[in-house]
Design a protein around this ligand. Sequence first.
Ligand code: GUN
Length: 296
Amino acid sequence: MAATILKGKPVAEKIREDLAQKAAELAKKVGRPPGLAAILVGEDPASQVYVSMKHKACQEAGFHSELIQLEESIPQEELLKKIRELNRQTTVDGILVQLPLPKHLNEEVVLEAVAPEKDVDGFHPQNQGKLLLGLEGFVPATPKGVMRMLSEAGVALKGKHAVVVGRSNIVGKPLALLLLREDATVTICHSKTKKLEEITRQADVLVAAVGKAGLITEKHVKDGAVVIDVGTTREKGRLRGDVDFDSVVKIASLLTPVPGGVGPMTIALLLENTFWAYQKRNGLQAGTNENSIRQG
Ligand code: GUN
């Protein structure tokens, strides 16, 4: 039987609508809306698209949004100075630096300059460390989006074998920790993994987050598995996922499409993280979400 297609767009829209409503209510109390500053260095076309989507989503939700575009050749010290300014700016609750950065900039140093309480991407070592330890902190938006899609679809994770293909700091590693937090048995595969299909075929839940178009085919998937495709590769102007949709759709029980799957969730959860930062910074009761669940 063909898989049910798990779309992120309707879930993401609902999250954004709820946030817009809550932000409008709280702005009356606080005297200002939540604020996000997005920094884009250089002119990478894909990054330009992503950052402008984030900026637009903020505006639609009634958030204060600053889009800071900096020259490709900006010296590192100048970028750090800008980040420190935003760290102090009271109207800004969240700061993100779009990745990748130009080669002359040290990503580690730049990400560490963002104040941890404004690090809505969850890329600061302090937030990554908190995630590892199961402490309250910012959870990166894409893995958080994957978890929210799984819970919205009613996928039980306890005792299930979850296989994550990809070990990036942005997706693979944090996602593995979140799945572990839900009591899944987790395996991480990567470019040096031998006999990939032997491992992926054991997955009840298979997540592909590599960035290699069509890597996962029917031979990698167990009958009835839940398959989540996080990959996005632009090929001839078309966005392709890591999963070969046409073959895997025949085998999986649930499958996310590209585009329209995990992608829209990333933006919605970035806004949710910004709203969470706003609540925390204003001493307001912040609701429970993936950021605040502690590991038992
Ligand atoms: N580059 C690719 N994904 C992301 C993301 O989620 N946040 C930022 N800041 N840069 C990215």
